[in-house]
Design a protein around this ligand. Sequence first.
Ligand code: NAD
Ligand code: UD1
Length: 343
Amino acid sequence: MKNKILVTGGAGYIGTHTCIALHEAGYEIVVYDNLSNSSREAINRISALIGQPIEFIEGDIRDAEMLRQVFLSHHFFGVIHFAGLKAVGESVAKPLLYYNNNVSGTITLLEVMAEYDVKNFVFSSSATVYGDPEILPIDESSSRSCTNPYGQSKLAVEHILEDLAVSDTRWNLIPLRYFNPVGAHPSGQIGEDPNDIPNNLMPYISQVAVGKLPKLSIFGNDYPTIDGTGVRDFIHVTDLAQGHVAALNYLERQVAPVGFLPINLGTGKGTSVLELVSAFSDVSGQTIPYQFTDRRAGDIASCYSSADKAKVLLGWQAKLSITDMCQDTWHWQSMNPNGYNVT
Ligand code: NAD
Ligand code: UD1
């Protein structure tokens, strides 16, 4: 058996896929999640897929006492920290909730890690920290700025990690900056299960395809891009999950601490909104009605990664195509039209 990993937010969209990848790579996992944006059914499905129950603790990252109990009863190699709130619009309406959950919660977690001398930390950051990029593809040295509280909370945590690495050189702190995670596990058993109407493009398209929503609004067709619609670096969630395994493998290989080490997880390729709609329609055989509407406030024209650092340092690169991403999303959506809500 390999090292034991605490996975905060492990019941969520990216966390569930990463738990499976970690298990397959031989890691022992403990999931810690308050289920504020997920369900026990997700945990049941991970257990069914890996063929054994996983250790799950229902708890909040802001609860230092509960975290202490967890660190007391396990010897962790490190923590993968997914737990956080992620809806941009909600963060504008409820900034205190977002800073409390995402920033204060992370500080509490880091404090307890320090108490128990666990110094390996992989953090879910986001390409949103790059704001409106000056140069494409975006590499890790690009300047950072954010305009909404969600993005600010990610950037604030990155700054905290940078300061922590300076204050104590024994820390290994890797913010993984995700581009646009989409897709689902190929089994169709786990996937993205947004509450209410989705904010993000892929779940919206798939809900239109399955007939839950009547039509997609495409936010702007006058961007300086290949067809006027926004361009993003969509990455399959199972590739993203493998990126976390690669980050842990990397930390296990190190003889000296790495300090603060941000790494992009993207494919390096941009795909437009219309290209994604067309690919999804081909894969699903469904017509996806759409209309062009005004640009969404805060959106940028194009965003795609330089994936070189992950390839060189971690030996990781994304393997799956846009077709794979659409196929697996469609499989999950058509098998689970109501997500994890099986009643
Ligand atoms: P998700 O909402 O599906 O998963 C997050 C999980 O964290 C949920 O299970 C939720 O219940 C849990 N959680 C939230 N607050 C908590 C708290 N205080 N204590 C314990 N558990 C808590 O989101 P996701 O898409 O899987 O994203 C995971 C992480 O990656 C988040 O930090 C998110 O900001 C970041 N991220 C996501 C995307 C994306 O497009 N999905 C892109 C970039 C970064
Ligand atoms: C959004 C967030 C970003 C977050 C990321 C992942 C905003 C401004 N940005 O990024 O902070 O890290 O999600 O959670 O919310 N689109 C449509 N119609 C839709 C939905 C989206 O045309 O119904 C377009 C958008 O204009 C954009 C593209 O599709 O061009 C991708 O949108 P989305 O999936 O929301 O991701 P981002 O905007 O990249």
